[in-house]
Every structure is written in structure tokens, then in C-alpha cells.
Design a binder for this molecule. Structure first.
Ligand code: 1GP
Length: 248
């Protein structure tokens, strides 16, 4: 089966100033019936992309989850890996993350070296992504597992300088993440400072629970809005979020 060109989809939408909505499915959480239903709700709800991954997976369910999603949805599937164990050719692409907000060498380059030969042989579309964790009021699993310090919530200039450095290093996509279940989202102020500092698509996730907030963050400069917890707990909210960000 031919793969969706996910990097091109995101870059084209960015060029056309169209906002995208991604839903995040954690392979540990839903059963296979639920995945079928989530795929249906994602498509009906106006999602553009399905992200799959988790900061810590405990059920060895990734391949089955991807196969199930592939069966029930035609949306592009992008791996959002919490570790080198989360690589699979069943997806269309992978966010090849370097955690540039932190100073943990394993997540800056070590794990990428381990994964590279496998990715080289895969058919996956590889998206070189600057991953930036932001302290949004809670030690999320992503923050804890990263063994790194997130960018302080109110230090937008640190986020902006970090993003600038990432762009100068050649990274193509920028993911600002408060972590799954964050108490609050990354601030609009931080997003707009990052937006002003780089000319690359910004992916934004963590703690988005309302359409109004999604719209505010997209207006501030986020290009891909990611919803995880909300999508799993209240997928019916999706059409409102899609409509809000696409109205910009
Ligand atoms: C976390 O960006 C994702 O990495 C999604 O976060 O589950 O809080 O929506 P939520």
C-alpha cells in the first residue's frame, strides 16, 4: 500500500495557511472495538491526521493498534514515538523527534542513532522534528520519562531561542507540547513568540479541552492542533474544534 506523504501534507497546509487537526491515539488505551469507533469519529469530526504513540506503553499493542486504524480509516497515520520501541512500518510516517528543550543526550541524538538504520530500511516518511516540552503545571509522563527539564511556562523567549536554534540546525517541524493531560495548554504568548522566530510548521498539543482554546492557539500561530485525552474521553467535541480552527 502506498504511503501518505505526511510531511508534504503538513508543509502544504502551512503554506496555504490552513490549520490541521490531529487526534492522538495511545495504543495502550482503547480496545479494538473502540479504535474502530474512534477512527469513525475522527473522520466524521474533521480530523486531518492520526498520531499514534505514548510516552510509556505497557501493553505491546502498537502493531495491532496501527493495523486496526489502517483498516478503519484512510487518514494519514503518523507515529509520535515515546521511545525507539515505537517504530512500525504500518504507519505512513514518523515524527523523528529531537528533544531540543532538554539536555538529555539520549533524546537529543542517542536514540535517533539507534533508530536510524531501522528507519532507513523502512518506507516511513521521516519528519525531522524539534520537540519542545513546556511546563504546563504538572509533571506529565512525557516530562518525567524524558529525564529533562521542560521550558518554564512563562519563559517564551527561551522557547523562541530554542526554536530558532532548531531551525538553524535544519529541523523542519516544531512540536510544542505541554504533555498529555497538562493542566493548562502552552500559552498563546509563547506560541506567538515561537511563530515570529521560525518559518516552519508548529504542532501544538497538551491539555487542549475546548474549541475556543484550540482556536486561540491556532490564531497565535499553531498550525497543527493535537488532541489526545479529549478525543478519547469526549470524541463528540471534535467537530466543534475542527470548525473553530478551520474558520481562521
Ligand atoms: C500530548 O500533545 C499530546 O503529547 C496531547 O495531549 O492528551 O492533553 O490532549 P492531550
Amino acid at each position: 500500500m502506498s504511503k501518505a506523504d505526511v510531511s508534504q501534507i503538513i508543509k502544504q497546509a502551512y503554506q496555504d495557511q490552513k490549520k490541521l487537526l490531529a487526534v492522538l491515539i495511545d495504543p495502550d488505551k482503547p480496545g479494538s472495538k473502540a479504535i474502530k469507533n474512534l477512527c469513525h469519529l475522527a473522520e466524521q469530526g474533521g480530523a486531518d491526521l492520526i498520531f499514534v504513540g505514548g510516552s510509556l506503553l505497557t501493553k505491546d499493542n502498537l502493531e495491532a493498534c496501527l493495523a486496526e486504524i489502517r483498516q478503519h480509516s484512510s487518514l494519514p497515520i503518523l507515529l509520535f514515538p515515546g521511545s525507539v520501541l515505537q517504530v512500525s512500518d504500518l504507519a505512513d510516517g514518523i515524527l523523528f523527534l529531537s528533544l531540543i528543550s532538554g539536555r538529555n543526550p539520549d533524546l537529543l541524538i542517542g536514540n535517533q542513532v539507534i533508530a536510524a538504520p531501522y528507519l532507513k530500511q523502512s518506507q516511513l516518511d521521516i519528519l525531522p522534528t524539534a520537540y519542545m516540552l513546556v511546563d504546563c503545571g504538572k509533571t506529565t509522563t512525557a516530562i518525567y520519562m524524558s529525564n529533562s527539564q521542560p521550558i518554564p511556562y512563562d519563559k517564551s523567549e527561551i522557547a523562541a531561542c530554542t526554536a530558532m536554534a532548531g531551525e538553524m540546525l535544519g529541523l523542519q517541524f516544531f512540536y510544542l507540547d505541554g504533555g498529555s493531560g497538562a493542566q493548562q495548554t502552552v500559552s498563546a504568548e509563547m506560541i506567538s513568540q515561537v511563530r515570529a522566530s521560525i518559518d516552519k510548521p508548529i504542532i501544538l498539543g497538551g491539555g487542549i479541552r475546548t474549541a475556543a482554546k484550540a482556536k486561540e492557539l491556532a490564531q497565535a500561530g499553531a498550525d497543527v492542533i493535537v488532541v489526545g485525552n479529549l478525543f478519547e474521553s469526549n470524541p463528540e467535541a471534535l467537530p466543534e474544534i475542527a470548525a473553530a480552527i478551520k474558520s481562521i
